[in-house]
Design a protein around this ligand. Structure first.
Ligand SMILES: [Fe+2]
Length: 312
């Protein structure tokens, strides 16, 4: 293994969190993330926290995202089910349950701080293990994200965090957790996307709140979705939170770009007060599981009675 996790070529992570870019790393060579290593990570992770999803077939569509049950499958069986099926495993905050993975995560952000001078915190290193041709619909996240590829290839489509790709109202909705993070997608925007086939040894870093969609090539994919915060990203998240409340409670029309900067500190205080008083009450759906994984034919999915499976 190389000493550094990031391959610090000229310009790597310049304008960090303000630019869409692909950077090289060495983590795909780490034995921690071999098939046997992944099985260990899955088996060390709390059984009921592991999320299993499947999805519809139109990658530009909307809403066909289903939560399932892992049943009694262990790490080895889950990996086999992912290889054979159409499944997306999400192990949120996986480094909290795997000290060696946490050590790698800390090392990564220490390196970033050393080379860019930018301090990060609230690290959330989630492991994504997903089937050939699986995809994630168009959506945006509140924290900045690094999508780090370990195995397989996925096509990432990154869009600017501005109109028309995402409105201020949508960004605020994500900040105040008004509803789920998925956004409506227009195929004519595709020409404006930063598109890249993300390979092992690469990670993508994009602008905070930049909408994105992701489509696996015809191979199993292992990636880390690493969320984090910087002082500036927290400021922006709180501004959006305040703007969201001002719009919804008082009918104001705030704008991240056009509102007066002089009022920003007041808005940050306002966001803090609303959160202390219990926060904005949104309508984020709590997804109920609606399918099970076959425990003999690994990769086969059984939808519950009454659930309409996605149309091909
Ligand atoms: Fe995302």
């Amino acid at each position: 293994m190389s000493e550094t996790q990031i391959v610090w070529k000229e310009g790597a992570l310049s304008d960090f969190t303000f630019k869409d870019q692909i950077v090289n790393h060495n983590l795909h060579n780490n034995p921690l993330f071999s098939d046997e290593g992944l099985i260990k990570i899955i088996d060390n992770y709390p059984k009921d926290r592991l999320e299993v999803f499947t999805m519809g077939y139109d990658e530009r569509g909307w809403g066909d995202w289903y939560l399932g049950r892992r049943g009694n499958l262990d790490g080895r069986q889950l990996l086999e089910a992912v290889k054979n099926g159409r499944i997306w495993l999400n192990l949120r905050q996986c480094c909290d349950y795997n000290p060696p993975v946490k050590a790698e995560c800390d090392k990564l952000f220490n390196e970033i701080k050393e080379k860019t001078g930018i301090s990060t915190f609230k690290h959330d290193m989630g492991l994504l293990i997903s089937s050939p041709n699986a995809h994630v619909y168009y959506h945006a996240d509140m924290p900045p994200v690094l999508l780090l590829q370990i195995k397989g290839i996925k096509k990432v489509y990154l869009f600017p965090p501005t109109e028309p790709y995402i409105s201020n109202i949508d960004k605020e909705a994500i900040a105040i957790k008004e509803h789920d993070e998925q956004l409506e997608y227009k195929p004519e925007w595709e020409k404006d996307a930063f598109v890249h086939d993300l390979k092992p040894g690469e990670f993508a870093s994009w602008r905070q709140n930049g909408p994105h969609r992701i489509v696996n090539h015809d191979c199993m994919n292992v990636s880390f979705s690493i969320e984090f915060m910087t002082a500036q990203s927290v400021w922006r998240a709180n501004l959006l939170y305040a703007n969201g409340c001002l719009r919804r409670y008082f009918g104001l029309q705030p704008s991240l770009e056009k509102s007066w900067k002089i009022f920003e500190p007041l808005k940050i205080i306002y966001a803090r007060i609303v959160k202390l008083m219990g926060g904005f009450k949104g309508h984020r759906s709590i997804r109920q599981p609606c399918f099970s994984l076959d425990e003999t034919n690994l990769g086969v999915i059984h939808f519950d009675a009454g659930v309409v499976p996605p149309a091909r």
